[in-house]
Design a protein around this ligand. Sequence first.
Ligand SMILES: Cc1ncc(COP(=O)(O)O)c(C=O)c1O
Length: 407
Amino acid sequence: MMDLSRYRKDFPILQQTVKGRPLVYLDNAATAQKPLCVIEAVDQYYREYNSNVHRGLHTLSERATRAYEEAREKVARFIRAPRSEEIIFTRNTTESINLVAYTWARQFLKSGDAILLSEMEHHSNLVPWHLLREERQIELRFIPVTPAGELDLSQLKSLLDGVKLVAVTHMSNVLGTVNPVEMITAEAHAAGAKVLIDGAQAVPHMPVDLQAIDCDFYAFSGHKMCGPTGVGVLWAKSEILREMPPFLGGGEMIHEVFLDRSDYADIPNKFEAGTPNIAQAIGLGAAVDYLSEIGMDNVWRHEQEMAALAIEKLKSIKGLRIFGESAHRGAAISFEIEGVHPHDLATILDEQGIAIRAGHHCAQPLMRKFNVQSTARASFYFYNVPEEIDILVEGLKTAKRMFGYVT
Ligand SMILES: Cc1ncc(COP(=O)(O)O)c(C=O)c1O
């Protein structure tokens, strides 16, 4: 097993005890913890050069602008985006997808067009399209999910007929499945559709190469990849961004304003109206530096090994069912234990200092597909160690015993 345990010491939050036990944090798919270098980058901005960007001609403002724009360049290199001006800072994945829905889709989709989604999407890649459909007659289609938790792509060609946009997740936050986004993108392009990938669970955990995927839009959140909350990214091909109308109007996104009209700035500013999340973007830049130093290949290898080990050990618990059996998977693992409600599991584990998630994971249609209301989910990151899997398994056995099951 790849040993990345030396990085744990970089995370102040992981050094604490919860309910008298060392914290075992296994809710990384919801949000990741922050290393000291990210906390310090945000702190340093506020202490030393807090200032607005792109406006002042004074020293602090120039420094803030440089740091903010450097963060954009770091993010671009991290995901192999061809050009840094294609990186739009948003608040999170949700806002990135909404930006595409409110601008590109409303400009270019007309009644009768179809959008192809999948049954494993997070609500943030479903509801924006529901909202669009309330305005015009858009048909929503769905790539089915197999019982093993993979996309059933056998009918992809016929599903693509008449489709203008394919919007799918790179990695499922519930099942851990990694979808073949390169193949989907190639097929979609051959059918004349644009492609949006929800990378919220991919960018934090695996090397992502946008030039290899060749999609048109890619969305992700800073907070799931060791960055601060409040900053996310929309990447899109520059020629597409240039033909898209702005999302929000206001300062910073204009070239020239008259009383009765305005000309818009070039990208990326056209999509960053108002004072942006400066500290958060700078913090995200620090997170990207940190992850790059560890190496995303190493992060991914460690997590795949952790997932395999966790699944093997979880399966030793009688009555435990894992949702999602794809061989191509990350380390978000959903499960249930017969006779114990997932919320009870999470509460009992919390008593032992173990943080997992229980609920529908913002994927209610997928829950329905698997005939459950909710699942428990343990999700690992590079700073998790194999011993934490054993603590989780023991905690689950304790929960079973509390409900009167012999383990
Ligand atoms: C696959 C996926 N998409 C989108 C999101 C939404 O991310 P955010 O809440 O940061 O906008 C999440 C968050 O859990 C996710 O896992």
